[in-house]
Design a protein around this ligand. Structure first.
Ligand code: HEC
Ligand code: HEC
Ligand code: HEC
Ligand code: HEC
Ligand code: HEC
Length: 492
């Protein structure tokens, strides 16, 4: 039996034995704390045992979660519940069970910001993992040509990457951006892997240890490790740097179990660039905060040689950066990350099941699960925790809406100046400020915790967004105020 365990699991078992003995010594002093520790250690030993009993063999190509469910029914039961409708004040989704609500209808300034890009056609609330493939297949954004890279985060794409790359997933991944979404999606269906995020995306089938599989994440985190950005949320990166960087940082061997409880989610809940112009990119080569990512994009060149942009704004012509769900990046800037609190601590908290603990695979808003998600660490009432979160989110929401007003004023000022005859060169300063303001505003709007993951950082970013938007408005208005230009434009 023992030989089936992964070396790390074996080390952990050994370690918990030592700790157990130490625990017994302390328990002799009969403190309540030590008893709690013993219970905890006992439960963790039980957890390790879970991995040894199997009724069905599973491999990395077993993408059907029901097969894994035979071995691990409790995790599978939770996993299936991601098909349930969830709703909190800002989390889960509005709209109906058939279709989540349009974000761009709820906040018309979002739609205006995205004019010239597919997000102005259809951009809805997210919902549970069970829907990720169908929601991607059905979005009206598919009325524009999309790349095969889209599937990276919406389907069980690893066997397909391996097939494309002749066994080498990284090679297959590097080819996939050139294929169309329709082609890749068809292949996925043909191979029988039309499945949403599934057990082998996060688990090694032999050991059940957490693993990360997505190539874009592996490349991105290596670039982050190789940079000199501080990473207090990932101590293993700092250790790897001190050890001399002789080989590439590999989260699957270098990261701690606790870090992996975040990294599995950071395979998808991140800012990215995805098109047929270059492989799917996680922009972490300068660090994870909004300014560092902006610098990374500003230094990236498109195949045309131009400075990177996602789209040109249809009304103003500004070369815009579009932000996508940067949960990992925003989390990394907060006090929970610094304290070693992982995504899974709040979104997949342990539930007791007899003497064992089961991680809740119903990934959802922690506000639906406060006693297990927050109260193990925060010994205050559920109502008080709810009130604290609500205060953080309300402040963030109000500042965000002010940002929406400010970016609208900037766009109006640019349009007015254009009407008065301003050339793109004359509006250059205003358009650069639109790019900066919109990047920051979108970064917090697209992030799905309404400021909770790092409240102070979110406020800082929104403060900068407001300032840049108003500076841009002033820059554009300055042109309009010049009577000579107005006269010239009017042909006088
Ligand atoms: C300290 C607890 C905590 C940690 C750690 C944490 N989150 Fe959250 N997360 C929350 C809370 C609270 C919300 C707000 C939920 C709501 O508004 O209903 C949230 C919201 C979200 C949402 C939107 C949920 C919904 O129902 O719409 C996503 C997605 C998310 N987090 C992903 C992540 C990821 C990925 C990580 C790790 C990089 C992470 N979270 C780390 C507490 C946490
Ligand atoms: C790096 C991972 C990643 C890639 C690549 C990715 N997505 Fe997503 N997508 C997510 C995550 C995470 C969510 C849920 C959070 C959210 O909605 O903000 C999501 C949500 C969605 C949704 C539901 C909400 C909405 O936006 O209406 C659609 C539809 C969608 N993606 C389509 C696409 C398309 C089309 C592409 C390719 C252009 C794509 N995705 C590429 C990670 C990704
Ligand atoms: C393979 C990519 C992928 C991975 C890995 C992933 N997610 Fe998601 N997640 C998504 C997508 C895509 C959606 C949106 C699905 C939709 O709207 O159809 C989503 C939705 C969510 C939601 C919203 C649920 C709801 O009911 O509204 C939460 C919360 C969440 N993810 C948290 C996490 C956490 C925590 C992890 C890590 C344990 C994780 N995700 C791992 C892609 C991923
Ligand atoms: C998005 C990533 C993700 C997916 C998909 C996923 N898991 Fe997990 N799983 C986790 C995390 C995180 C843990 C906690 C691991 C830890 O603390 O070391 C976990 C823990 C487990 C454990 C160890 C016992 C426990 O509950 O903590 C088992 C067994 C397990 N998962 C089975 C499954 C099965 C079966 C599936 C598919 C139906 C699945 N998992 C899908 C992330 C995932
Ligand atoms: C594993 C332990 C742990 C869990 C789980 C946890 N927290 Fe925390 N939380 C901390 C630590 C540590 C701090 C930092 C402050 C300190 O050192 O006391 C903190 C700080 C906070 C703060 C103040 C700082 C800030 O970011 O505004 C709030 C609010 C908070 N937590 C809410 C929550 C909520 C809500 C949940 C559940 C969704 C949660 N926490 C889950 C450990 C945890």
């Amino acid at each position: 039996m023992k030989s089936r365990l992964h070396p790390i699991a074996r080390a952990q078992r050994g370690l918990s034995k030592t700790v157990l003995l130490a625990g017994i010594a302390v328990a002799a002093v009969a403190t309540a704390g030590a008893t709690a520790l013993l219970v905890n250690i006992f439960e963790r030993r039980q957890e390790a045992k879970v991995t040894t009993t199997r009724l069905v063999e599973v491999t990395r190509d077993t993408t059907d979660p029901a097969k894994w469910g035979v071995n691990w029914p409790k995790q599978y039961d939770g996993y299936k519940l991601t098909a349930q409708l969830t709703r909190t004040r800002f989390g889960g989704h509005g709209g109906s069970e058939a279709l989540p609500q349009e974000k761009i209808d709820r906040d018309p300034w979002l739609k205006r910001m995205f004019l010239g890009y597919a997000f102005s056609i259809d951009y809805r609330d997210r919902r549970g993992h069970a829907y990720m493939l169908q929601d991607q297949e059905n979005t009206q954004r598919q009325t524009k040509p999309q790349t095969g890279s889209c599937l990276n985060c919406h389907g069980a794409v690893m066997p397909l990457y391996r097939e494309l790359g002749g066994g080498d997933a990284m090679k297959g991944f590097e080819m996939s951006y050139k294929l169309s979404y329709k082609e890749m999606n068809q292949k996925l269906h043909d191979m029988g892997h039309a499945q949403t995020v599934t057990c082998p995306d996060c688990h090694d089938p032999k050991t059940m240890q957490l693993i990360v599989t997505r190539p874009a994440f592996l490349v991105g985190i290596q670039k982050l490790a190789s940079s000199d950005a501080a990473t207090p949320f990932a101590p293993s990166i700092e250790r790897w740097r001190l050890a001399g960087k002789a080989r590439a940082y590999d989260p699957n061997t270098d990261a701690t179990r606790n870090e992996m409880r975040t990294f599995v989610c950071a395979q998808c809940h991140i800012e990215y660039y995805c098109s047929s112009a270059m492989p799917l990119t996680a922009p972490w080569g300068k660090g994870l905060n909004v300014d560092q990512i902006e610098t990374f994009w500003n230094e990236t060149k498109l195949p045309s040689g131009e400075r990177f942009f996602d789209y040109k704004h249809a009304e103003t012509g500004a070369p815009i950066l579009k932000a996508q769900h940067p949960e990992f990046e925003v989390w990394s800037q907060g006090v929970h990350a610094r304290s070693g609190v992982a995504c899974a601590d709040c979104h997949m908290p342990y539930a007791r099941d007899g003497a064992t603990k089961v991680s809740d695979h119903w990934v959802r808003s922690p506000l639906l699960n406060i006693n297990r998600a927050c109260q193990p660490c925060h010994k205050v009432s559920e109502d008080e925790i709810k009130a604290r979160v609500d205060l953080i989110q309300s402040r963030n929401y109000e500042l965000l809406q002010r940002g929406g007003v400010a970016i609208t004023a900037l766009m109006d000022a640019v349009l007015a100046a254009k009407k008065d005859g301003a050339t793109p060169e004359q509006l250059n300063a205003a358009l650069e400020l639109q790019r900066k303001a919109q990047w920051r505003l979108d970064f917090i709007a697209a992030e799905n915790s309404m400021g909770f993951h790092a409240p102070q950082e979110a406020a800082r970013v929104l403060g900068e967004a407001l300032d840049y938007a108003r500076q841009g408005e002033v820059a554009a208005s300055r042109f309009r105020a010049s009577p000579g230009k107005v006269a010239a434009a009017a042909g006088r």
